[in-house]
Structure formats: C-alpha cells, structure tokens
Design a protein around this ligand. Structure first.
Ligand SMILES: N[C@@H](CCC(=O)N[C@@H](CS)C(=O)NCC(=O)O)C(=O)O
Length: 227
C-alpha cells in the first residue's frame, strides 16, 4: 500500500484530502508507505491516462485517486477491518464531505493560502500561485488580506461541530470515524501551512482537534507545524 502525498519545503504533509485517507489507513490498521510528491510531480504520476490528484494510492498494481474512491476501495479490499462507510452512513458522510469543502476548506483558504504558498517547495511556488490565482480570480495576497476580520465568522460557522461535540467526544460518536477525518484534514492543512491560529483555546472544537492530533500514536501531532 503506497500513499502518494504532497509535501512542502519542510517535508510536512499538508494536503487536507490526503489526511482523510492517511487517518482512514491508520484507523483500519493497514500498513502503508508514503511517497512524497510535489504539485509539479503530479502530471508525471501514473501512465498519463486518467488525471491523478492527491491523494492517490498504489495497491496491488492499481492506482486509485480521489479520497472518497480510496476509502470505498479500502472498505472493499480489507473486509476484516473496521468499515468507514456503510450503506446507511455513506450518504450522510458524503453530505458532510461537501460541508467540509464549503464550510471548512473555503474559509480556511482565505485565512492561510498565502502562508501555504510561502512554505511550499520553491519548485512548486510558481505553479501554485498561477493556478490558485486563476481559480480565485485574485492574488494570494488579496485573498488572505484582512483575515483577522474574518476569523469570528469562520468560528461561528463551526457551530454545528461544536453542538455535536457537546454530545460525544468525536463527530462520529465516542470513537473517531470518517466524519472526524473529513474535518480533521482541513485543520491539518491549516496547521502545516500557517502559524495563524484558527481556534480559541476554550473552544470544544479545539479540544476535539487536540484529541484527533493524539490519535494513532500522535500521527497528526508528529507532523511539522508551520512556523
Ligand atoms: N476530490 C479529490 C480532490 C483532490 C485534490 O484536489 N487534491 C489536490 C491536493 S489537496 C490536488 O491534487 N491538486 C492538484 C493540483 O492542484 O494540481 C479528493 O478528495 O481526493
């Protein structure tokens, strides 16, 4: 099992979508190796057929791309491990994945993307700036400017997580599950890319993030943080 994962200049794994899969592999106890890649390496991965994104896994001679497809594959290929998606939970988790994309990734990008760019391997910086400025239709500097004024709104947007965490230690209940990994990936993205603190220390979401950082021998906590 090989996980192709993005690294920055400090060799920190920062891809939010990869963190979902990394936590899924750890949750299932599936041994894996990591192949570090840069954005500019991605086009040369695979045989040039389907366009790959990160995360991609290599398993039994097959390359599988897209975090959702990878987790589906892991559940099917390792039936003796704890399932992450069941027929009953998958639609709700898919909804939560869309919420993580819009409610977490969207605002976090506007809080940390310029910092992320500064911490990339120099070989990736020009590509990253050009592609993100094209998609956001503004400069990275403009995108992140005034972030202090947007922090309260971001924190208010976490209220559904906060309320859910009032009932259980994790979003998935008393044990962590894929909902936690979907959200945790976004926080790992920020943590490895920017020193800007997203959460107040007395926020239950902060306590949840701390619990997630400690999972699986502190896999998240061991990753180099942005300085
Ligand atoms: N839906 C995909 C999204 C994957 C994705 O967009 N990955 C980013 C890195 S986090 C990527 O590979 N980007 C390539 C690029 O920007 O050139 C998933 O969840 O795996």
């Amino acid at each position: 099992m090989l996980l192709y994962d993005l690294v920055n200049a400090r060799r920190a794994h920062f891809s939010p979508n990869s963190w979902r899969v990394r936590m899924a592999l750890l949750h299932k106890g599936i041994p894996f190796e990591v192949k570090d890649v840069l954005f500019t390496d991605i086009p040369s991965l695979g045989s040039g057929g389907d366009k790959l994104t990160i995360p991609t896994i290599g398993h039994e001679g097959q390359l599988i791309t897209d975090s959702w497809a990878i987790v589906q594959h892991l559940d099917a290929a390792f039936p003796d491990t704890q399932r992450l998606l069941t027929p009953a939970s998958a639609p709700v988790l898919k909804f939560f994945q869309y919420w993580a994309q819009t409610g977490l990734h969207g605002p976090i990008a506007r809080l940390v993307l310029k910092d992320l760019h500064e911490r990339l391997d120099p070989a990736d910086q020009a590509y990253f700036r050009a592609s993100r400025e094209k998609s956001y239709k503004t400069t990275l500097e403009e995108l992140q400017a005034g972030r202090e004024d947007r922090l309260d709104a971001f924190r208010r947007g976490l209220q559904p997580m906060r309320l859910a965490l009032g009932h259980h230690a994790y979003l998935s209940g008393e044990q962590p599950g894929y909902a936690d990994y979907l959200a945790f990936g976004a926080f790992m993205w920020a943590r490895t890319s920017s020193p800007f603190e997203l959460l107040a220390e007395d926020d239950p979401v902060h306590a949840w993030r701390e619990r997630c950082l400690d999972l699986y021998d502190g896999a998240g906590r061991r990753e180099p943080v942005a300085i």
